[in-house]
Design a protein around this ligand. Structure first.
Ligand code: UTP
Length: 293
């Protein structure tokens, strides 16, 4: 069985749910406390054992790649002024992973973005992690949980979580048969079904391990929902040709691409930070939200 050694982060979307911020800055640069979202994503990938990472980017997105580069004048300054801790943090970021990039010249959809990774990936299984889904799990990253399922079955594995029934129309939803515990075999997938037609409440949430057969499928996948080339449509076809598993991963997931999800992440990550936690918790307790005009 081929090992998964590469990950792809599609980050070329227009981020219309987060305008005006995303007019000139990618949403992947939104800071959660003091780190850009993309750093949380890359840390999860690296902590899961993958170092070769392709970022699919668009216009305005070079700033994401700069974040993982060396900044000699900053490093020199930190060294000169004895700021050892800050220097270590900055150097760790540049040494964390091997970052590659490619431009998706037009935002034609997530499926089209993944197809842009074809040359980088070659004939190997690979991970796809969306830049706007952050998952917190201090014990085992969500992607590592999924790689463990791949290592057992050697087939594509889609990350899912249970969502409230009434929210199934916001997600890709799977039909499945049970395998064991939190592992399922996918029989079908449907993008944003009406609530009363959703085949389950297991939603596809921003993490995938996909076998390279997907590229042949994406090459002929036409426009789907929203006039975009949808990854879900290609995965649905893959399910018809081969076994595709789902892993209901454990972890608190935040949708940074929408404003509520971003605010929730900011508050909860702030509470997890030892240096901020006590004072911030007190502040939140003292807050009378209704009195804020
Ligand atoms: P989304 O639909 O959540 O992102 O796509 P978006 O299009 O940027 O945001 P909205 O809906 O307009 O607010 C899911 C992921 O796929 C990437 C996005 O960057 C995001 O991480 N994507 C989407 C691409 O890389 N290229 C595309 O053409 C579309």
């Amino acid at each position: 069985m081929k090992k998964v050694t590469k990950a792809v982060i599609p980050a070329a979307g227009l981020g219309t749910r987060f305008l005006p911020f995303t007019k000139s800055i990618p949403k992947e640069m939104l800071p959660i406390v003091d780190k850009p979202t993309i750093q949380y994503i890359i840390e999860e990938i690296v902590d899961s054992g993958i170092k070769d990472i392709l970022i699919i980017n668009g216009r305005n997105k070079v700033v994401m790649v700069n974040h993982f580069d060396n900044v000699p004048e900053l490093e020199f300054h930190l060294k000169q002024t004895g700021k050892e801790e800050e220097l270590r943090i900055i150097e760790d970021i540049s040494n964390m992973a091997n970052i590659f990039t490619i431009r998706q010249k037009e935002a034609k959809g997530l499926g089209h973005a993944v197809l842009c990774a074809k040359e980088f990936v070659g004939d190997e299984p690979f991970a796809v992690v969306l830049g706007d889904d952050v998952v917190y799990n201090a014990d085992k990253p969500a992607l590592r949980q999924m790689l463990d399922v791949y290592d057992r079955f050697g087939k594509s594995v889609i990350g899912v979580q249970q969502v409230p029934r009434q929210e199934t129309d916001k997600y890709g939803i799977i039909s499945k048969t049970d395998v064991e515990g939190n592992i399922y075999k996918i029989t079908d997938m449907v993008e944003k079904p009406p609530v009363d037609e959703a085949p389950s409440n297991l939603a596809v949430l921003g993490r995938y391990i996909i076998t390279p057969e997907i590229f042949g499928i994406l090459e002929h996948t036409g426009k789907g929902a929203g006039g975009e080339i949808q990854l879900t449509d290609a995965l649905k076809e893959l399910c018809g040709n081969d076994d595709v598993y789902a892993c209901d991963f454990e972890g608190r997931r935040y949708d940074i691409g929408n404003k509520e999800g971003f605010l929730e992440a900011t508050v909860e990550y702030g509470l997890r930070r030892p240096e901020l936690s006590e004072a911030f918790r007190e502040y939140l307790k003292s807050l009378d939200a209704d009195s804020i005009k």
